[in-house]
Ligand binder design. Structure first.
Ligand code: FAD
Length: 399
């Protein structure tokens, strides 16, 4: 089928990399590019770090400093896709228009989860968008007592940024350590020490029963019975893939848009970034990755897949990776290790807070993590890419 028109839904990281790839690959047809936010594509990682602390302004996080005009796309910002008909190859938008396409790239990312039963009070914040970050920054400027609910990476980064602004911070987490899903209990325990050293009141193994106040938030009631006075509550309890608009579309939805190994969700439809769940042949299982570098790589891959057609389809087989900056710690991780995988420190030490850890399971290297030693991760990334064994990785660490 000739691709006269390609629709791209989601004008952020994966969508942008997709549009750029289409043009770079010589695609000269029409691109209709739809984005729910009013902003040109921007980078999200600084939203919980430099932008929140006020050391960067919004201009600095634009993903293309010279704008998007050169991409010659029909860009429709502030417009939301509300439905998809895969059979008819049509996307409905919330401004009442219908977009007919020959090829479609879905890159709608993810949306933060809200606390079930939480009241609508001023002072309760989520953090996903630039507007969210600017609202939170204004709240921090008032010198607030901050309660962060959820110590995943975003919650932990927000707590670190708030502390560096001198605010009183309580970080509440039902699990036994911060970032436990990404770091496991041992390294999560080290991160707990780092937060405590910086003056965060860390409440582990504790949930939130209620958020209370009249018009504004006044206190958070914890599952251990404590009532915590707070002016600002940041809810960081994870995200869900933005697939609501795809219900009834004919696509398979299961914690994301389900794709094959090449990122194809249906004939003429690909997905990329936080919204996509695909089978990664390198690890032999389905995954959905909520990290920056995956959105970049998958945006590129999915666009190429759309242009390639079935005969030349290539699998998307990356080594997932992420980083997180908290205080003076830069944590970088590669692979797809589970929180219970075996962990071995192969360089540096936990006490020195500068080390490389390897993770393994079933005789295979499943991940590598560098804490303030970014460069030392490179060789292990290569080993992960070729499915190296645990013994091979340990031998490499000794050489
Ligand atoms: P998104 O960036 O979420 O973009 C999706 C876009 O689609 C959004 O603009 C959304 O409004 C739009 N959209 C949604 N639904 C519709 C619709 N129906 N119609 C039209 N448009 C729609 N990763 C790291 O590896 N390291 C970090 O340090 C890090 N820090 C982060 C800090 C924060 C605060 C956040 C929020 C994320 C962070 N990430 C980090 C994760 C990383 O930013 C994401 O993985 C990445 O942004 C995913 O890109 P995406 O294009 O798939 O989705």
């Amino acid at each position: 089928m000739t691709l006269d028109t390609i629709a791209v839904v989601g004008a952020s990281l994966a969508g942008l990399r997709g549009v750029e790839t289409l043009r770079r690959s010589g695609y000269a047809g029409r691109i209709i590019w739809i984005g729910a936010e009013p902003h040109l594509p921007y980078d999200r990682p600084p939203l919980s770090k430099e932008l929140l602390r006020g050391s960067w302004e919004p201009e600095r996080i634009a993903l293309r400093k010279d704008g998007v005009a050169a991409l010659e796309a029909d860009l429709r910002l502030g417009v939301r896709a509300v439905a998809l008909d895969v059979g008819e190859r049509r996307v409905s938008l919330d401004d009442g228009t219908l977009v007919a396409y020959d090829g479609l790239l879905i890159a709608t990312g993810a949306l933060p989860r809200t606390l079930p039963g939480a009241p609508k009070l001023e002072g309760i914040h989520l953090l996903r968008s630039l507007d969210d970050a600017l609202a939170l920054r204004r709240a921090f400027a008032a010198g607030a007592r901050v309660c962060v609910v959820g110590a995943g990476f975003i919650g932990a980064e927000v707590a670190a940024s708030a502390r560096s602004l001198g605010l009183d911070v309580t970080l509440v987490e039902p699990l036994e350590a911060p970032c436990v899903r990404g770091l496991g209990v041992r390294l999560g325990g080290l991160l707990a020490e780092v937060h405590r050293d910086h003056g965060v009141d860390l409440r582990l193994g504790t949930g939130v029963d209620a958020i209370e106040g009249e018009r504004r938030v006044e206190r958070v009631r914890l599952s251990d019975g404590t009532a915590l006075a707070a002016d600002v509550v940041v809810v960081g309890i994870g995200v869900a893939p933005a697939t609501d608009w795809l219900r009834g579309s004919g696509l398979e939805l299961d914690n994301g848009v389900v794709c094959d190994a090449s990122c194809l969700a249906a004939p003429g439809v690909v997905a990329a970034g936080d919204v996509a769940r695909w089978t990664n042949p390198l690890f032999g299982r389905q995954m959905r990755v909520e990290h920056w570098s995956n959105a970049v790589e998958q945006g590129v891959h999915a666009a190429r897949r759309l242009l390639a057609g079935d005969a030349e389809a290539q699998p998307f087989a990356p080594v997932p990776s992420f980083w997180s900056d908290q205080y003076d710690c830069r944590i970088q991780s590669a692979g797809a290790a589970g929180p219970d995988d075996e962990l071995r420190i192969v360089a540096g030490s936990l006490e020195g807070r500068r080390f490389v850890a390897l993770l393994g399971s079933g005789g295979r290297l499943t991940g590598a993590l560098a804490w303030n030693r970014a460069r030392d991760l490179i060789p292990y990334r290569k080993l992960l890419a070729r499915g190296a064994s645990w013994d091979e990785a340990l031998a490499a660490s000794r050489s």
